[in-house]
Design a protein around this ligand. Sequence first.
Ligand SMILES: [Zn+2]
Length: 346
Amino acid sequence: MNQERPDTRKISPQGVHPITIEEPPDRKLEHYNKIFLGCSNNPDSYPNYTIRDNKLYRCIHSPDRLNDDFVWKEVPLPQDRHAIIEVNHGSPSELHLGIFKTLKKISLKYYWPGMFKDIANLISTCETCLTYKHPNHSPYGLMGKPKLCSRPFQTISLDLMGPLPMSRRRNQYILVINCNFTKYTMIFPLKRATSANIINVLENSVFLVHGIPQTIIMDNAVQFQSREFHSFLNSYNVPFIFHTALYCPQVNPTEKFNSTIITALASLVGDDHRSWDNHLTKIQYAMNSATNVATGFTPNFLVFGRETIPCGSFYTPTQNLEELIFMPRDIYASNAGLLSSIFHKV
Ligand SMILES: [Zn+2]
């Protein structure tokens, strides 16, 4: 979105959305129309606004970038804002995220005055949230203690959930693996909660993808205590293994993420209780692309050095390959380079 302001003087004001007789007087719409018209007719007086494809954009300081970039964000029409909040809070690929995370997500693309209030109003009346969410002040534990890690996947936490209703694919358990540094979460369905199944996931989807952790935190479940499991960890020379009930009660950081997963599952499965394992990847994606309150960044960004693209509409709309616009590569490089300074903050 970092691009020069187009010459809006060439744009006719036919994209203006005037208040019609049918519409009730709406100060938000009046405000929108005033800026849209002003920006169309006299762009020099509205240096913070521009119009592209009949949409209003405002240049604002981006809270989501690491440097002091100013970026263009779309100012949606007042009547479209409710739907934007709903899609980003409660659509199937989202998780009924809280106010802070929903705001962060929406503000990646949009800006409008009073965003926070609009989002808070909608979420505080969301039926799913009211039904399934409950105050969760459970274990902050190690997260607030002296840090056991200084880079991604140095310390991971494991937790088993279940048994759940047997799915059509005969899964009954969920293994949740969390990177304590980045808060990156991985969610795996298991048919049976055996040490062998957990070892299989850990080795093939964590150790051989993200590297061998220095510390693993888990509870006292028999699968984690077994000789088979410990000999697997020893085969990779994992130096520190903590069983939370022994180390310090109620401090497995993964448990903190479980209520998010349960809330999301409950809202996604509806009445089809045998379909829950169809939704795990979507839940994982939504969790990892939402800004984490503790770190101030998305887990995706901290692990991959970039935000993932959630939808093709983020790209410039064109059917013509020759018209494709590519951002300068140094933007990605400079963002990735700043990870080193972030890691002191996280
Ligand atoms: Zn909700």
